[in-house]
Design a protein around this ligand. Structure first.
Ligand code: PRX
Length: 580
């Protein structure tokens, strides 16, 4: 692609000296043992994520520093210091213990982004229970499946969400107790149902923590595969080494940072980087309960003087849609560093960051299964727009072929990681064979297709099953989508391979338009021409359909699979993670 490298100034000239100043030398000397020494651990080789995030700060000046700055969707706000986080998570732990929760039990939360969600997750971790956050937009079937598969013992939820799913309780023999957080609505109780206020508030704030070791389960997140039901990726307490190190070296968190991760804890980004990464580094983390709008997001940055912002490409594209002028209406001068994850970050979005905020977006890559960021752009390393960046020190990544052998530089293949990093998932809950099937020839195979260039920059091509083969040419949908969204009329683009009797597949695009553009034959021709001119006829879409909006997962990924199923009139499969 013809986007120029964004060259970083010498580290002495960067206003806040990056935690990672020299990538190459750090890569040579990095060890996970050194990371472990920066954490405190517990007696007898114990390790607990909650201790590393909260309690270990209590004997330091961070004790009375804001850990959580909470902005409610109704405009209210609350602030909790590390000491207050310890107080509330201890009470939550005592409350869960009073319900009989023991080490290894699963405790799920189905809540909006309210403070009690965070108290419960840390309370559960302090008991050695496995915390399972669920996205509050899930419907009953999605919640039921996850609670049933995990055998969750306690669910902490809120009245309006409970009203949506209450009838599933009868199908969940393992679910003993339900706790309702009644912030805005009241609720009647019934046997085995408790109100947070009554259950938690009178608990002592002193807690005898359970002893946990690095290999004890900590959190689990359900992730959708291309086939089958969602599977629960289970992580252990040792994962905190990965969260801590990446929040320090990739997100570049410093003590004085006010950091905002826009992801919901129902998705792994919202736990690894909405909680564990920032708090294990002692940074202040902003949580915004409300939904996305350009103006509300910019207001949060302005109000809290956010310095480091971790967000997602779809959000960036929606901000792009709202225009640079909207960004310019707010005082966003506190921002010093922006990162993005979850889906391909189009080069155009990286460049837009420069125009709108004076800062490039730093893309990084990881998965629910990897637990932490493994490939990234860093504050001190030049950015090649469109690349996910280089491997995290301590991580070996490669592009492999179908036999698990490494491929030559520049060639497309399966992105694979050498197992053994601390935050690697340890199993899929109740599905050991599926877990084992993800490893080949000593590699963890990610399911993504990618390339690596001679300088070690990784370039995402697509999910292994999304790559289009047209007339013998492999085409990455991302490449086509990136070009289409460069056209001023296009808001979003999703590209699939449409079966074709001659070429095997042809590239077909679905686009939604920005406000003020007419979806007509003239624009369709113009877009095809535009893409042909940029990509050549072998790669450019042969067909383009207009849609009012594209189907997306709740975490914002365009569901090409669904576009394809709809195009072909096939069953839509599992749509429990669909946005609407
Ligand atoms: O396909 C890759 C895409 O998102 C997948 C992981 O999704 P999930 O398990 O929901 O984890 C979310 C936490 C990041 C990957 O297999 N993906 C993630 N980051 C990127 C990406 N695709 C392209 N570029 C990225 N930076």
């Amino acid at each position: 692609m013809d986007y120029p490298t964004i060259v970083k100034p010498p580290t002495e000239e960067i206003a806040v000296r990056p935690n990672l100043t020299d990538y190459n030398s750090f890569r040579r000397t990095f060890t996970w043992d050194d990371v472990r020494k920066e954490l405190s651990g517990l007696p007898g080789d114990g390790l607990n994520i909650a201790h590393e995030c909260i309690d270990r700060h209590l004997g330091t000046p961070r004790r009375d520093k804001a850990a959580l700055l909470w902005e409610g969707k109704d405009g209210s706000s609350e602030s909790y210091t590390f000491a207050e986080m310890a107080h509330w998570s201890n009470k939550a732990a005592n409350a869960l213990r009073s319900l009989g929760v023991e080490k290894g039990d699963r405790v799920f939360v189905f809540l909006d982004r309210v403070p009690e969600l965070y108290f419960t997750v840390f309370g559960a971790l302090k008991l050695g229970a496995v915390a399972g956050p669920l996205f509050s937009a899930f419907g009953p079937e999605a919640v039921r499946e996850r609670l049933a598969d995990s055998g969750a013992k306690v669910l902490v939820t809120q009245p309006d969400l409970w009203a949506r799913i209450h009838f599933i309780w009868q199908d969940l023999p393992d679910l003993k107790d339900v706790v309702l957080v009644c912030r805005r609505q009241q609720h009647e109780t019934q046997p085995h149902m408790h109100l947070w206020q009554a259950l938690v508030e009178h608990q002592p704030d002193h807690l005898k923590m359970e002893r946990t070791g690095p290999e004890h389960y900590s959190v689990m997140h359900y992730t959708s595969g291309t086939t089958g039901k969602p599977k629960g990726a289970a992580h252990v307490h040792e994962a905190i080494l990965g969260h801590y190190a990446t929040a320090k070296y990739v997100l570049d968190l410093h003590d004085e940072d006010v950091y905002w991760c826009t992801a919901d804890p129902g998705w792994v980004t919202g736990t690894s980087y909405g909680m564990f990464g920032p708090w294990s580094n002692g940074a202040t983390s902003v949580v915004y309960e409300g939904a996305f709008s350009a103006s509300s997001w910019y207001s949060v940055i302005q109000k809290y003087r956010v310095t480091v912002w971790y967000t997602a490409p779809t959000a960036v594209r929606m901000l792009m849609k709202a225009g640079e002028e909207t960004a310019k209406k707010y005082d966003l001068s506190s921002l010093r560093y922006i990162c993005s994850v979850g889906e391909p970050l189009n080069p155009e979005a990286v460049m837009w960051g420069l125009r709108a905020f004076g800062l490039p977006m730093h893309d990084n890559w990881w998965q629910t299964e990897t637990g932490c960021i493994l490939i990234a752009n860093y504050p001190s390393v030049d950015i090649r727009p469109g690349s996910m960046g280089r491997t995290l020190p301590g991580i070996e990544a490669a592009i492999i072929d179908e036999n698990g052998n490494e491929m030559p530089t520049g060639e497309e293949g399966d992105l694979a990681i050498r197992p053994g990093w601390p935050s690697m998932f340890r199993t899929y809950w109740n599905n050991r064979p599926l877990y084992e099937s993800r490893f080949k020839n000593g590699w963890y195979v990610t399911g993504d297709r990618a390339r690596v260039d001679a300088d070690g920059y990784f370039w995402f091509v697509g999910r292994a099953d999304d790559v289009i083969n047209t007339a013998g040419h492999l085409v990455g949908p991302f490449e086509v989508e990136s070009v289409l969204i460069e056209h001023p009329a296009v808001a979003e683009a999703g590209v699939i391979g449409k079966p074709d009797p001659v070429a095997m597949e042809v590239v077909k695009a679905f686009v939604s338009l920005k406000d003020g553009y007419e979806a007509d034959a003239k624009l369709r021709r113009e877009l095809i021409q535009f893409a042909r001119a940029k990509l050549g006829p072998a790669v450019a879409p042969r067909e383009i359909d207009f849609l009012p909006s594209l189907p997306k997962t709740r975490s914002g990924k365009i569901m090409r699979r669904l576009l394809k199923a709809r195009e072909l009139g096939l069953p839509e499969g599992d749509t429990s993670t669909l946005e609407d």
